[in-house]
Design a protein around this ligand. Structure first.
Ligand SMILES: [Cu+2]
Length: 123
């Protein structure tokens, strides 16, 4: 996973920066309308942080991540999970085992991009 992101990030770094600079708006392929029931995990990204340091969900229960860039162009990936959202988007999923997962920004968004990390705690 790390290796994959490293490759991806270095290969698209330039184009991502250009796209961000022009205010390009791209819909992620995995974007789906937000579900209205179940646990909602609202993650907002701004320059250069997430609105919470940790987000909690329950193991074995479905939840929906609602991701939004409120300032700038950001994205989220979650280490070890199939989550890849850019700008705005939602993803419904379920994690069966308790643990902690690192949420990171997957768009090269500016000088403090590397600081954009948070934690998903599955209890
Ligand atoms: Cu970023």
């Amino acid at each position: 996973m790390n290796k994959k992101w490293g490759l991806l990030i270095s290969s698209v770094a330039l184009s991502a920066m250009l796209m961000t600079a022009c205010g390009g708006d791209k819909e992620a392929a995995s974007t789906a309308p937000a579900a209205t029931t179940g646990t909602q995990v609202n993650i907002e990204a701004s320059n250069w942080k997430f609105n919470q340091e940790t987000y909690e969900v329950k193991a074995g229960e479905e939840f929906t991540i609602n991701f939004k860039s409120t300032e700038g162009f950001h994205g989220i990936g979650i280490q070890g999970l199939d989550v890849d959202l850019q700008k705005d988007g939602s993803k419904t999923m379920k994690i069966d085992t308790a643990g902690e997962y690192t949420i990171f920004c997957n768009v090269i968004c500016g000088p403090d991009h590397a600081k954009m990390v948070a934690k998903l705690v599955v209890k």
